[in-house]
Design a protein around this ligand. Structure first.
Ligand SMILES: NC(=O)c1ccc[n+]([C@@H]2O[C@H](COP(=O)([O-])OP(=O)(O)OC[C@H]3O[C@@H](n4cnc5c(N)ncnc54)[C@H](OP(=O)(O)O)[C@@H]3O)[C@@H](O)[C@H]2O)c1
Length: 356
């Protein structure tokens, strides 16, 4: 009797476990089959809207997708930089149209999506790329620094995505590409507001991918490590701004550790064509993400060590200085270490103060 009381529940649990394992196995096989037979996306004639397409990675992406036959809409705040980007894209893109838009303004975002659909008749792909790098120690930060980062790199992509989604749903498909960052996977010192915004953006992007998959809308979350886009000249610095600029300028352009923007754009285009959901760019970013996942305590110690022994002494100066202005005063070894950065800057429309 006692034996029967033990055997029956054990049999039920085993049967339920077996059924669950079989269902999970079947689901895994179906997903795998879906991935394997998924047709490659043909970019020819597709309308691609790229935020922050006037310079840096956005411009490299515009060139890459244009070469694959896509019709390109780029947006940014600076009209002159957009015009210059449009000029550089002529001859590569069969169609390129610039739109002035500040992604932190919801009215601008709604107007942008309306204007792109009016002009092209459709949107097939949204690339949420616009971003701003700000390097500053905690001592120099205010709440407004966090709000600004969230406005550009979290609320901007959220508003744009929500604005474009009804259109993609109406067309029963589409693609969203979210350019997040290694800073959205591992929080690093001197970039806390940036990392907060990128972590939130990763969460949004990963959740979107899960929820939109059944509707045929693909979402690719890209986590780049450092790329040579020339944007160290556009980044903003606080605290001991000159020294913060020095370490960041060197790190952002180190050969071997950083990826050329054109290479990153090529990887992103391929990942889109293959229908992938995640992409990490640069080997240091891949290593860091794995170490963080397996040994979170280790990355905390690593970051604390970098903050204490490698980075400049933290200072509370709240004046914001743009990299381009600081770059003017730098000579010698720094210019040697940033040679690749200056080349990238002139190729990717990072403004006049890049010579030398
Ligand atoms: N460079 C790296 O090493 C690296 C690494 C990881 C991730 N990322 C990410 O990659 C993306 C591109 O970076 P990047 O290096 O190419 O930067 P970038 O050269 O400074 O380009 C940023 C672009 O975003 C636009 N933008 C900034 N704020 C905007 C706003 N409020 N509304 C509309 N457009 C805005 C800029 O134009 P306007 O200023 O005229 O608006 C510009 O076109 C960013 O999201 C960045 O976080 C970069």
């Amino acid at each position: 009797m006692r034996l029967r009381r033990m055997v029956i529940p054990a049999a039920i649990i085993t049967a339920a476990g077996g059924a669950a394992a079989a269902a999970a196995g079947l689901y895994a096989v179906r997903r795998l089959a879906r991935v394997l037979v998924r047709p490659r996306m043909d970019l020819h004639g597709k309308v691609v809207l790229i935020t922050g397409g006037s310079r840096g990675l956005g411009l490299a992406l515009a060139k890459e997708f244009a070469r694959a036959g896509a019709r390109i809409a780029i947006c940014a705040r600076d009209a002159d930089e957009l015009d210059e980007a449009e000029r550089r894209l002529h001859g590569i893109a069969r169609e390129v149209v610039p739109f002035v838009c500040d992604v932190t303004k919801r009215a601008d975002v709604a107007e942008l999506v309306r204007a792109v659909i009016d002009r092209f008749g459709q949107i097939d792909m949204l690339i949420n790329n616009a971003g701003e790098i700000s390097v500053a120690p905690l001592e120099s930060l205010d709440r407004s620094d966090f709000e600004r980062a969230m406005a550009i790199m979290f609320w901007g992509p959220v508003d744009l995505t929500l604005e474009v989604l009804p259109h993609l749903r109406h067309r029963h498909g589409g693609q969203i590409v979210n350019i997040t960052s290694i800073g959205g996977r591992v929080s690093v010192p001197r970039l806390i507001p940036y990392c907060c915004a990128k972590f939130a953006f990763v969460a949004f992007s990963d959740g979107l991918a899960a929820e939109l998959d059944r509707e045929g809308i693909r979402v690719l979350t890209v986590a780049p490590g450092l790329m040579r886009t020339g944007s160290y000249l556009q980044a903003q610095f606080k605290g001991d701004a000159a020294h913060e600029f020095t370490w960041f300028g060197v790190a952002a352009n180190l050969p071997g550790f950083t990826a050329p923007a054109a290479y990153a754009a090529r990887l992103i285009r391929r990942a889109v064509e293959q229908g992938r959901m995640t992409l990490t760019i640069t080997w240091p970013a891949k290593v860091l993400i794995r170490v963080q996942a397996l040994f979170p305590e280790v990355t905390r110690h690593l970051m604390a060590g970098v903050n204490e022994y490698v980075l400049p002494n933290p200072q509370g100066n709240k004046t914001l200085v743009v990299g381009r202005a600081l770059n003017e005063g730098f000579k010698g070894v720094f210019r040697l270490f940033t040679t690749l950065g200056r080349t990238a800057a002139s190729e990717l429309n990072q403004g006049p103060a890049t010579g030398g």
